[in-house]
Design a protein around this ligand. Structure first.
Ligand code: TRP
Length: 475
């Protein structure tokens, strides 16, 4: 049997895991949600939820992976009778997320290309068009969107083909530090634009009004954000955990990964919002796709000749962040198949499974791109049922929303809740303690962990699940 290879160094593992966490969710969603949800007040809530939910689940997943030394499907299979089936949900969910994530990643690649074009004054640069026009043309042009989505998927596949240490670890070890440096440069420019302070105030100033008005709403937003941005509960961290050396301290690594995720979210806010406010963008222009693809593009265009340089830096870092996340999504199903072959004594055939997963995700990605955020009028399942309803549920508006609802809205929290129940009540928290302590470190916060994983974490996640269902179904 071939030897199962993992990460070469703990630094490499950290970069890969941080790369998985830091993605479109942090750079795009965090700044806006924090501003809307009460700034500093939202941040406190986010940190609190990370401690009682995020860290708990992340540590559980990493331990589950490292203890079983296997992919997510086999990990659940190996330890549980009741929750075996959850294992099967993980590669399915990952494949679904990968599909719409690639569509969005493709858009980011397009903007990177546009800014490179602008730098050289080429015809395929912005060419005097504003962000709104570029975006409308992109989503209206089905062929172009599909090609960009395909390019994004292809890059993801090529990295995963390189293997865990040769592909993922190598890419992230260079990519994540580069992302950080690019982010700092963009922050320096963004925060020195005239009027930038307003953006910082929007994001950071404590504002308890949103909490008073709709505490549960803010709690749900912060929870959902925390959950998605830490890449929890679809097997990505189980898979990465299975590649971690037994000598490494899992608790310490968990804290580092979660803190880095939150830090990049906070920094991204300093890069994105001051620029948007300097342009005088109304609040509407800051949510959803327009923030990234309309407002910011206009900011860069408005900077004159140097603009494309910052455009390249910014969209370059967004693409890096998105790719380092998508590789961890693709690795979930690939690891399952590769492990299965190795167990049978066959050769791994990583390329075959990366290709197969890419085809499945690629088909759904193609539909998402062709649908153009609902603008191109593609047929969407269930839409017909709501034809007469006052308000169409969000998931019927576009393929993006539909895939997002199934994967991020339902399957992710469901897997998370089941994982907590499994560890808290079936296989018992002792399992995680034993794994944490194999490195020779003492699990000093075990009491806290045990209490959270049994009661607090599943309850909060149940609440998040309920919130998502309400949102997607307009209840
Ligand atoms: N964390 C990623 C982001 O913030 C998205 C994501 C969610 C993800 N779940 C994941 C990435 C699982 C990899 C694996 O954009």
């Amino acid at each position: 049997m071939e030897e199962r290879k993992g990460f070469k160094s703990n630094f490499g593992f950290l970069m890969a895991a941080i790369g998985s966490a830091v993605g479109l969710g942090n750079i795009w969603g965090f700044p806006y949600k924090m501003g809307k949800g009460g700034g500093f007040a939202f941040l406190l809530l986010y940190i609190l939820l990370s401690m009682v939910c995020g860290l708990i689940l992340m540590l559980s997943e990493l331990s589950l992976g490292r203890r079983t030394g296997s992919n997510s499907v086999s990990a659940y299979n190996a330890v549980s009778k009741r929750f075996k089936w959850v294992g099967w949900l993980t590669p399915i969910t990952a494949t679904l997320i990968l599909a719409f994530y690639s569509a969005l990643g493709g858009y980011c690649v397009k903007y990177l290309v546009v800014n490179i074009g602008s730098l050289f004054g080429a015809e395929w640069g912005a060419n005097g068009l504003d962000g709104a026009t570029i975006f409308a043309e992109l989503i209206g042009n089905q062929m172009e969107s599909v090609i960009y989505g395909g390019v994004f998927l292809l890059i993801t596949m090529l990295i995963v083909l390189g293997g865990v240490s040769g592909g993922i670890e190598r890419f992230c070890s260079v990519g994540m530090p580069a992302l950080f440096v690019m982010l700092l440069i963009v922050i320096a420019r963004s925060c020195t634009l005239p009027g930038a302070v307003e953006g910082l105030k929007f994001m950071y100033a404590p504002n308890f009004e949103p909490l008073k008005e709709d505490f549960l709403g803010v709690l749900k937003t912060a929870g959902g954000q925390m959950f998605f941005s830490l890449s929890l509960s679809i097997g990505a961290l189980i898979t990465y955990g299975s590649y971690v050396d037994k000598k490494q301290n899992l608790v310490k690594n968990t804290v580092i990964i979660a803190s880095a995720g939150a830090a990049v979210g906070l920094l991204a806010g300093m890069a994105v919002l001051p620029a948007a406010f300097a342009l005088g963008a109304p609040e509407d222009a800051m949510k959803g796709p327009s923030l990234l693809f309309v407002t910011l593009q206009d900011v860069f265009e408005g900077m004159g000749r140097i603009g494309p340089v910052f455009g390249i830096l910014f969209y370059g870092l967004v693409v890096l962040a998105a790719i380092s996340s998508s590789v961890s999504l693709l690795e979930v199903p690939v690891a399952y198949f590769v492990d299965r072959n190795r167990k049978k004594g066959k050769s791994e055939r990583r390329w075959l499974y990366a290709l197969l997963t890419m085809v499945v995700s690629g088909i759904l990605c193609t539909v998402t791109c062709a649908d153009g955020l609902g603008g191109n009028g593609l047929w969407i399942p269930f839409q017909r049922f709501f034809a007469g309803a006052e308000k169409m549920p969000a998931f019927c508006e576009s393929w993006l929303n539909l895939l997002d609802m199934i994967s991020e809205g339902l399957l992710m929290p469901l897997c998370g809740i089941c994982t907590c129940l499994m560890i808290g009540w079936e296989i018992k928290p002792e399992f995680v303690r034993a794994e944490v302590e194999t490195s020779g470190d003492r699990f000093t916060v075990y009491g806290f962990y045990r209490f959270c994983v049994r009661y607090i974490t599943p309850l909060i996640m149940l609440f998040i699940l309920w919130g998502q269902i309400k949102d997607f179904f307009n209840i």
